[in-house]
Write a protein that binds this ligand. Structure first.
Ligand code: NDP
Length: 445
């Protein structure tokens, strides 16, 4: 149980379960240290870090293809701005609610701290379902969303990016409307296409960064990189670019998935096929099931990839997509390393089982931080009115992921406990908490 000093009200667990889950995970890691730290307790730090600085909720009215008004709910959670402007993505998905956005914003604060960049944490989105919508409907929704939010945004204030359901097309529409109303072209939204201010490699950054972090873990544990079999879930931006970087590193990708099921590829995904899947997903917004049917590939309807034979698992779809029984399936399939590409994809009991079984486990706030780090690079390039070269961005991304890995190892207390296995959860949570805590305390109240 979390320390009572780090209380999580019962009502929160009922009303906002995902938010309570993220707080509980942090409380479990930081509890003992918090109990010993008088300065943190006297400053009431836990309450100050777990209460959002500001939450904006607004109505979004947009015109559908028949010109009829439709209504959705938009949000922005500005969780903590002690380290820099609020930074974090926008999610458009029917499941979006305050609990999910608060958990994502809480995680984002600590993830951003790990990047070493001057970024606070936030998250936003809407319960809008982009699936099946025309381009004009998507544009109408994005413009109406910005009409409700733009006053809160600015390059020194709050800088959104993409997340589930918000890719380059949506960012273009959001930025276009922001520019019209704000009357300026600035670094307020990241994830822009390169032609009008985006950073090279921003689309690739989360997936590539995840695999850079993974290879740092493998090197640290003196494990092979080549020919490792990698099961990946999801087929969005994070999953597909993680797959691409796995192939570059000489690994075999044995699965991709979406909410309909899993594409199983026991002999490994070929690069040419991956490029076709990217075309299908990013350009045509198609479904894996239809793609599998056209190409005569094995599609496991309604199944997750976690029973497939693999050495490594990269959950890259959404929160709580890997349960306790999925952890059993991973162990039975021979998985020895799990790194989270998505935010909080693994349930707490699954993480406990994996750790106990000696599986190396990297939490999303460390392993998927390459996306927000590259968003930070985009902000820097926009402020300088310059573009960095693709090689420069990739070098910085690699260095950032290596530095986060080293920080996690440093802050993992495995040495004190005389354990050989690095606890990346402990390392990431402790390092990030210390950094945010110091900034919050320094700034008074
Ligand atoms: P995308 O929208 O590009 O892709 C999401 C993928 O996950 C799709 O394949 C989608 O399938 C699948 N998915 C979504 N919800 C579910 C569900 N309930 N069950 C099964 N599959 C589901 O999103 P991203 O790739 O950008 O984001 C994926 C994860 O990575 C999220 O957790 C996000 O918060 C996290 N992340 C993203 C970053 C980024 O830079 N984009 C940065 C850091 C973290 P379907 O099409 O069927 O819905």
């Amino acid at each position: 149980m979390p320390d009572t000093l780090l209380s999580i009200p019962d009502s929160l667990a009922i009303q906002e379960p995902e938010c309570a889950q993220a707080l509980r995970e942090m409380a479990l890691t930081i509890g003992a240290e918090y109990r010993d730290n008088q300065a943190w307790q006297q400053a009431n730090l836990w309450q100050r870090l777990t209460e959002s600085e500001r939450i904006v909720q607004f109505r979004v009215v947009w015109a559908d293809r028949d010109g009829r008004p439709q209504v959705n709910r938009g949000y922005r959670v500005q969780m903590n701005g002690a380290l820099g402007p609020y930074k974090g993505g926008l999610r458009f998905h029917p499941t979006v609610n305050l609990s999910i956005l608060k958990f994502l914003a809480f995680e984002q604060v600590f993830k951003n701290a790990l990047t070493g960049l001057p970024l606070g944490g936030g998250k936003g989105g809407a319960d809008f379902d982009p699936k099946g919508k025309t381009d004009v409907e998507i544009m109408n929704f994005c413009r109406a969303f910005i009409d409700g939010l733009w006053r809160e945004l600015g390059p020194w204030r709050d800088v959104p990016a993409g997340d589930i359901g918000v890719g380059e097309r949506e960012i273009g529409f959001l930025f276009g409307r922001y520019r019209e109303i704000a009357g300026q072209h600035d670094g307020t939204i990241t994830g822009k296409a390169h032609g009008y201010g985006g950073s090279w490699l921003r689309p690739q950054a989360t997936g590539y960064g995840l695999v850079f972090f993974l290879t740092a873990m493998l090197r640290h544990a003196a494990m092979e990189i080549h020919n490792q079999r990698v099961a990946i879930s999801g087929s969005g931006q994070v999953a597909l670019y993680a797959a691409e970087q796995c192939l570059k590193q000489g690994m075999q990708v044995v699965s991709l998935s979406d909410s309909d099921g899993t594409l199983s590829m026991p002999n490994g995904l070929a690069d040419g096929l991956l490029q076709e899947i990217m075309e299908c997903k990013f350009r045509r917004h198609g479904r894996l099931r239809d793609f599998a049917e056209q190409k005569n590939l094995t599609f496991l309807t309604g199944k997750r990839p976690w029973g497939l034979k693999a050495d490594i698992a990269l959950p890259c779809a959404t929160q709580n997509e890997l349960s306790s029984s999925d952890a059993d399936a991973l162990l039975a399939a021979g998985v020895r390393v799990v790194a989270e590409g998505a935010n909080m994809p693994c349930e707490a009991e699954a993480i406990r089982k994996l750790h106990t079984a000696g599986v190396l486990f990297a939490p999303g706030k460390a392993a998927n931080a390459g996306g927000v780090a590259t968003s930070g690079f985009e902000m820097a390039q926009n402020a300088e009115h310059l573009f960095w070269s693709p090689g420069d961005v990739e070098r910085r991304l690699r260095e950032t992921m290596d530095a986060i890995h080293a920080t996690c190892v440093d802050y993992s207390r495995h040495a004190e406990r005389a354990e050989k296995q690095v606890s990346y959860v402990e390392g990431a949570n402790r390092a990030a908490f210390h950094k945010v805590a110091a900034a919050v305390l320094a700034q008074g109240y």
